[in-house]
Design a protein around this ligand. Sequence first.
Ligand code: DGY
Length: 319
Amino acid sequence: MKIVITRKIPPSIVSLMEDGHEVYMWDDEETVMPRQLLLQHAADADAIFTNVSDRIDKELLGRAPRLKVVSTMAVGYNNIDIAEAKKRGIRVGHTPEVLSEAVADLTFALLLGTARRVVEADRYTRAGKWKGWGPMLLTGQDVYGAAIGIIGMGRIGRGVARRAKGFGMHILYHNRTRKPEAEQELGAQWRSLEQLLSESDYVVMLAPSTPETHSMIGPRQFAQMKPNAILINTSRGGNVDEQALYDALTTGKIWGAGLDVFETEPIGKEHPLLQLPNVIALPHIGSATIETRLQMADIAARNLLAALRNERMLYSVIG
Ligand code: DGY
């Protein structure tokens, strides 16, 4: 059977899949496999090992008559047309759980980094601008004792809430369903989205990307936020209206933003948000620790092989 791997992954993971199969791998760690080449290889593929940056859409699925499984090295699968895969009997696997703590760590790193202007201060020092201690030099926002509003209280949200508890933060959350465990264990309090936005000093977006969460934070929501508020997004770029975010940051409606994800990725250095000093922008590295990424790749490979053998996947979205 033919397996297409759309990004260079460690040899130990590739060799798991090579056993008895023909493997094609796009041999570059940083660039996306060109669309035309992906379509060409999909035409006779039995399995695709993918990641967040490939578009596994109706067109591609329609041109892959032998395809049995799409296995993504990610928890999120908004880049895959799930309805179409289901219609065609193609199984879809993903890698939840294993990355929750790493993403929670990075979310908190962005929160602290934005609050205390860490990146800006580093640039200032490197630029030789540091002439002496200043009473109000590079002053930021308090984290201890502040209110954090977590939108999306899944595994990553709970991880962020546990960290916030350690920082003595007041924990608010918004989720479609109430989470009694988080309320009991962490003292988290449920709020409507409007209440959360108006009460939080830190608004942390962790909701999955769905048609309902698309541009969930837009002009109206920014208008409800506090002027000292900081928005952190480590979910999907599409959950936040980027133009509205830019306007909110440049008109003082909010104080700063820490972003790991963007509406269209990758972004270039001309991106408007990169021109603002009160933004920290990262290249979608939420789960990027060596251990976590190796575990994600390993699970994605095992999901794929299980599906090819008609066995149960460790973590499936469909099938
Ligand atoms: C995911 O798993 O969905 C992340 O965004 C990729 O690190």
